[in-house]
Design a protein around this ligand. Structure first.
Ligand code: GLA
Length: 389
C-alpha cells in the first residue's frame, strides 16, 4: 500500500506539476508507567514501526483539503477563515486543531492537499490520534514554515491541541514518544520536567508481541477525564497535609492516612506504585534481568486492573492467557485501557505457539478474534522524501 499511495493521491486530488512529499509518524507502545504522565511521574514508552503516512502537495490557493484512505469523510478548510471544532468533522478535527494552533502561534502555512493512510487501527491504544497530530504539525512546518519547533515543542503543541481543542485531558507521553522515537531504544521520560534518556530495548532471546483484543476502546475520553479528576482529587487531599508538586511525589503511606474516599485512595495507590515500578523495571532491564522486567509488567497490569480500574474483561483475558503460555515472561495492557492492545514478552522460538494458544484461549473466553504483531521499535516522525523517490 505504501508504494501505491502516490497513485491514490493523484486519483483523489488530480495531477499537478508540483511534487508530492511523503511523511511518516509511528504509533507507540508503553512498556510500563501507565497514568503516571499527567501526575508528574515517569513513563517508559517506545515508538513502533506501525504508523500513519501523510502525503502533502502544495496548492495555489488558501485551501487545505484532508482525505484519509481509512475514513470516508473528507474535510476542507480555508486558511483565511477561522478554524473551529465541529463534531461532524470527526477525525479531521485533529489536523484542524493543529492548523489553528500553528496559525495562532504565527507559523506560516499555505494551501495544500493532504492524504493520510494509517496502519494503526483507531481505538487500539497505540496512539493513532497523537500520531495524526504530530504528523500534521511536523509536515506543515517542514513544508511551509521558516521557523520550526524543536521536537519537545512539537510534542507540547500537540498535547495542547488534544487538551484544548479536542477536549481530552491526556498527558504528554504519546506525543513525546512519537516525536522522539529512535530505533531499538525505549524512552525513559520524566514527565515532571521532560528530562529523558534513551534505553536500549534489544531483547535477544525475546520479542515484544502486541496483542490487539479487537475490543475498541469505548467511552475512553469520558472515563479518561474522570480518572484524571480523581487523581487531581487525590493530589489535593495529600497536599493539604504536605507540600507536593504532583501526585507521584507522595508516599504510599500518605495515601492511607490522608485520603478517606476508598475509590480515590485506590487511584492514588496505583499512580504512586506504578511510578516506583518504572524506575525498578528500567533498572532490571539495564541489568539484563528480563524476567524481573516481565514481573514488573505483570504487577503493573494487576494494579491497573484492581486499583485504577481501566482494564476490562478483554484485556484481562488476553493478559491472563498470555502469562500462562509457555515462553511468556510478562504481559500487561498498554495505553489508556478500556479495550485496545496489550503487550507481552515472549521467548524467541515460542512465538508461533504463543500466538496460536493465546488466540484460541482468548476466542474461547470472549468470543473475539485477537490480532498479533511483533513490535519493531522504530524512529519518530520523519520526512521520507518526494513520493516516488
Ligand atoms: C493515553 C494518554 C497518555 C497516558 C496514557 C495512560 O495514552 O494519551 O497521556 O495518560 O493514556 O498512561
Amino acid at each position: 500500500m505504501k508504494a501505491d499511495l502516490g497513485n491514490k493521491f493523484i486519483e483523489m486530488f488530480g495531477p499537478s506539476k508540483l511534487p508530492i512529499k511523503r511523511y511518516f509518524a509511528p504509533g507507540r507502545v508503553n512498556l510500563i508507567g501507565e497514568y503516571t504522565d499527567f501526575n508528574g511521574g515517569y513513563v517508559f514508552p517506545a515508538a513502533i514501526s506501525l504508523g500513519i503516512w501523510g502525503l502533502l502537495r502544495q496548492r495555489t490557493d488558501s485551501i487545505i483539503n484532508f482525505r484519509s484512505l481509512n475514513m470516508s469523510s473528507s474535510v476542507s478548510i480555508d486558511l483565511n477563515q477561522p478554524v473551529s471544532f465541529e463534531a461532524i468533522d470527526g477525525w479531521a478535527n485533529y489536523p484542524k486543531g493543529i492548523i489553528k494552533y500553528l496559525i495562532d502561534h504565527g507559523y506560516e502555512l499555505k494551501g495544500c492537499d493532504i492524504l493520510y493512510y494509517g496502519e494503526l487501527p483507531e481505538g487500539t491504544g497505540l496512539s493513532s490520534s497523537a500520531a495524526i497530530l504530530v504528523l500534521t504539525a511536523f509536515m506543515l512546518q517542514h513544508a511551509f514554515s521558516k521557523d520550526k519547533m524543536d521536537r519537545v515543542e512539537l510534542a507540547k503543541s500537540c498535547r495542547s491541541v488534544e487538551n484544548n481543542f479536542i477536549g481530552v485531558n491526556c498527558g504528554i507521553m504519546d506525543h513525546f514518544t512519537i516525536a522522539h522515537g529512535q530505533r531499538d531504544q525505549a524512552i525513559l521520560l520524566d514527565c515532571n520536567n521532560l528530562n529523558y534518556s534513551y534505553i536500549p530495548f534489544v531483547l535477544e532471546k525475546y520479542r515484544l508481541v502486541i496483542m490487539n483484543t479487537n475490543k475498541k476502546r469505548e467511552l475512553t475520553d469520558s472515563k479518561y477525564n474522570e480518572r484524571r479528576k480523581e487523581c487531581d482529587q487525590a493530589f489535593t487531599e495529600i497536599r493539604k497535609n504536605r507540600h507536593i508538586e504532583n501526585l507521584c511525589q507522595a508516599y504510599l503511606n500518605e495515601v492511607e492516612v490522608f485520603i478517606t474516599n476508598p475509590a480515590i485512595r485506590k487511584r492514588a495507590r496505583h499512580v504512586i506504585s506504578e511510578n516506583i515500578r518504572v524506575s525498578q523495571a528500567v533498572r532490571l532491564l539495564c541489568n539484563g534481568d528480563l524476567t524481573g522486567f516481565g514481573n514488573s509488567m505483570i504487577a503493573s497490569h494487576k494494579s491497573l486492573q484492581q486499583n485504577f480500574e481501566v482494564s476490562g474483561p478483554e484485556l484481562d483475558s488476553i493478559v491472563e492467557h498470555a502469562i500462562s503460555s509457555p515462553g511468556c515472561i510478562g504481559a500487561r495492557m498498554t495505553g489508556a485501557g478500556f479495550g485496545g492492545c496489550a503487550i507481552a514478552l515472549v521467548e524467541n522460538g515460542k512465538i508461533d505457539d504463543f500466538i496460536t494458544s493465546v488466540g484460541a484461549g482468548y476466542k474461547h473466553s470472549t468470543g473475539r478474534t485477537a490480532e498479533f504483531y511483533i513490535a519493531v521499535i522504530s524512529e519518530g516522525v520523519r520526512y521520507e522524501g518526494y513520493d516516488g523517490d
